[in-house]
Design a protein around this ligand. Structure first.
Ligand SMILES: Cc1cc2nc3c(=O)[nH]c(=O)nc-3n(C[C@H](O)[C@H](O)[C@H](O)COP(=O)(O)OP(=O)(O)OC[C@H]3O[C@@H](n4cnc5c(N)ncnc54)[C@H](O)[C@@H]3O)c2cc1C
Length: 632
């Protein structure tokens, strides 16, 4: 009977001698499209998160809920369309005018320009910085509020989140330099800071970040050839080639270069210690069409992020100002990288949230073999994996933003006692978790983007569904702002520099989550996942403390993955205990009972016999299998 009812419309047509696929008729069944919905109002998980995060401050909570709901509405109604336009109308470069003059004009779409206005109005940068409206201080939850908004916006930003990330990083760098008194932040620098952090679209600036050269993006120390020649007026002229420069339509940028010693005829200092940080106005203040000693050699032809003008730039006497301490450029720009890495994670988490919404809504309406595909446990298993990963990424990114905000606002009381200790732990965790946050969420976004595409079936592979663009864009997340290997090594550097303080801080945070979740009502079923997480983190940290440095470096990726999974498990457990919601408990259980926490332990042979350990982490054997020709 069901089969007959499914085909009844066709049977009727045949009865009336109508051929269904005749002429212009293509059959009467169409899949429904899946619209982007309000990412706050339609997301109960995000709503619970906001309640937990702002719970005690009810006036602030109400204002933030209203703000996120209003933003979500703008995203679902008009902003998402703008994002699609950004992809449909990518930037172009006009290098010469009809008279043969070099003009290097980058043309961007109306939609891309509208994103700039929208970003200023919404305070996507401003919310994390002092403003006259909050008495000149940083509101304690400003960073979290800012990142929540960026999270909702990211998957509908048409990649405008990229210039925003660099803008935020530049603002924080200038602010820290100013606090230290190291920037001499007068005139143009204080104007730059004001413009980066304003909500007035007419005054708002975006920033670039020019580090990567042909010689190296990971290794800027050895790879940077750009030199800075001192001028009589105290400024510098930069000469060099920046190989990847995103958002080249930005108003200013921070760049790395080597100072040529003045008049002494000496060579610039090589390596990282020779690099200084420079502030550059990309165009002339008097003529926005006039580049500041810069030639745009070409726009990159990229797999994704096509909305974004990423250029190769020749710096040919570009006027610049040295900021921060000379020859400490790498240390100075690390402030910027901490912020851009957080934005990267927010993008990954936002994309995961969007994939989950789209795939869930699609599953509820797509029928196969007589049922909605949401009825098949095999399909729901994939949806559940996607949802759990997206929650983990959101909690990781948002809780990191909250901790960063606490360290930035310095609201924690100083002196002895638990609060001071918590402040110290925040500092340690903010440094330690930064590379983990970026590398882990980026990898998850790529993996789940592929799963999401498959969950849509064939239509997910078709350009207009929007999924291919999201898959392409996700693939940049593990590359820029530091690759997975480079960030795994950065994790080890952070551990080393903390002089033994970072891992105990992480251990305290894991144990605190375990004990909170361990005393949650038994109906939530958290005790088994707590036990597994606790046993695993103890094993991982014990093995990490014992493993020789060279083996730890060799297994740095597995170490980073294990720590990330443990940290996410702890966040999910703590959140479930805070909300008491059965779906949150289910997510925490699924993560903690199924995650490969022990990947690192297995690889370094922490609880296996010696022979098995050699087999899994053997540099010589890995070389042999890759470079077979070397041994011949
Ligand atoms: C779309 C796009 C936009 C970009 N925009 C900008 C921008 O605006 N500004 C900017 O400065 N840069 C930008 N970049 C550059 C980006 O940051 C670099 O490409 C990235 O940091 C990697 O550097 P690389 O390309 O030199 O790769 P390499 O350093 O050559 O890395 C190649 C491989 O070697 C591995 N590797 C390197 N060192 C080690 C090691 N010690 N141990 C183990 N493995 C290692 C890496 O993990 C990687 O897999 C952009 C890149 C892209 C794709």
């Amino acid at each position: 009977a069901r089969e007959i009812s499914r085909f009844s419309h066709l049977i009727k047509r045949f009865a009336h001698n109508e051929a269904v696929f005749q002429g212009a008729k293509h059959g009467s069944f169409y899949q429904q499209s899946v619209p982007v919905t309000n990412p706050f109002d339609k997301d109960p998980f995000m709503q619970r998160y906001v309640k937990v995060a702002f719970g005690n401050k009810s006036a602030e909570l109400a204002a933030i809920q209203l703000d996120l709901s209003r933003l979500g509405n703008r995203i679902a109604t008009d902003v998402h369309e703008l994002a699609l336009d950004c992809e449909r109308q990518p930037p172009t470069l006009e290098q010469f005018d009809c008279w043969g003059r070099r003009i290097d004009r980058i043309h961007t779409s109306h939609a891309w320009k509208s994103m700039k206005t929208f970003s200023a109005e919404e305070g996507f940068i401003a919310l994390a910085y002092p403003s006259p409206s909050n008495g000149g201080g940083v509101v304690s939850n400003g960073r979290l509020h800012q990142m929540l908004k960026n999270l909702l916006y990211a998957p509908s930003s048409g990649l405008y989140g990229c210039p925003l990330a660099m803008t935020d990083g530049a603002a924080k760098t200038l602010r820290l330099l100013d606090e230290r008194g190291g920037s001499g932040q007068t005139g143009c620098l204080s104007e730059a800071y004001d413009r980066l952090t304003t909500r007035d679209p007419k005054r708002f600036w975006t920033s670039g970040q020019w580090m990567t050269e042909r010689g190296g993006g990971s290794d800027v120390g050895d790879g940077t050839e750009t030199v800075a020649v001192p001028q009589d007026d105290g400024t510098y002229r930069l000469y060099g080639f920046k190989w990847f420069s995103s958002a080249t339509d930005s108003d200013m940028t921070l760049a790395l270069a080597r100072v040529v010693p003045n008049g002494s005829g000496g060579a610039p200092t090589p390596g990282s210690r020779g690099l200084s940080l420079f502030f550059i106005r990309v165009r002339s203040p008097d003529n926005p069409d006039q580049l500041n000693g810069i030639q745009v050699v070409r726009l990159k032809n990229k797999l994704g992020t096509r909305q974004l003008p990423t250029a190769e730039l020749l710096l040919d006497g570009c006027r610049a100002r040295l900021i921060g301490e000379p020859r400490r450029g790498v240390a100075e720009i690390s402030t910027m990288l901490q912020i851009t890495r957080l934005h990267n994670a927010v993008h990954a988490a936002g994309a995961l949230r969007r994939f989950s919404q789209l795939c869930r809504d699609h599953a509820r309406q797509r029928t196969a073999f007589g049922n909605r595909i949401s009825e098949y446990p095999l399909h729901v298993r994939g949806l559940s994996d996607l949802e759990v990963h997206s929650r983990a990424a959101c909690l990781f990114a948002m809780n990191y933003a909250a901790a960063l905000g606490r360290t930035e606002s310095r609201l924690l009381p100083r002196g002895d006692g638990a609060d001071a200790a918590a402040g110290e732990d925040d500092q340690q965790l903010v440094r330690l978790l930064s590379p983990l946050l970026k590398l882990f969420t980026a990898k998850q976004a790529v993996r789940q983007a592929q799963e999401a595409m498959e969950m849509f079936g064939g239509v997910g592979y078709v350009e207009e569904s929007g999924i291919p663009g999201m898959l392409r864009d996700a693939n940049v997340l593990p590359i820029w702002e530091g690759t997975t290997n480079v960030l795994s090594l950065d994790l080890l550097r952070a551990l080393h520099k903390s002089r033994g303080a970072a891992l105990p801080a992480l251990q305290r945070s894991l144990e605190s989550a375990c004990s909170v979740a361990g005393s949650a009502p038994s109906v939530l079923g958290l005790s088994a996942p707590v036990d597994r997480l606790r046993a695993s983190y103890r094993r991982v940290l014990t093995v990490a403390a014992a493993v020789p440095a060279d083996r730890l470096t060799h297994a740095a990726r597995e170490f980073a993955y294990s720590l990330s999974r443990l940290h996410c498990g702890a966040q999910l457990l703590q959140f479930a205990a805070a909300t008491g919601h059965s779906a949150d408990a289910a997510a925490a259980r699924r993560w903690c009972l199924a995650s490969d926490f022990d990947q690192f332990v297995r690889v370094v042979g922490g609880h296996q016999d010696g022979a098995a350990a050699e087999d899994l982490l053997c540099a010589e054997e890995e070389r042999r299998v890759v470079f077979e020709d070397e041994s011949a």
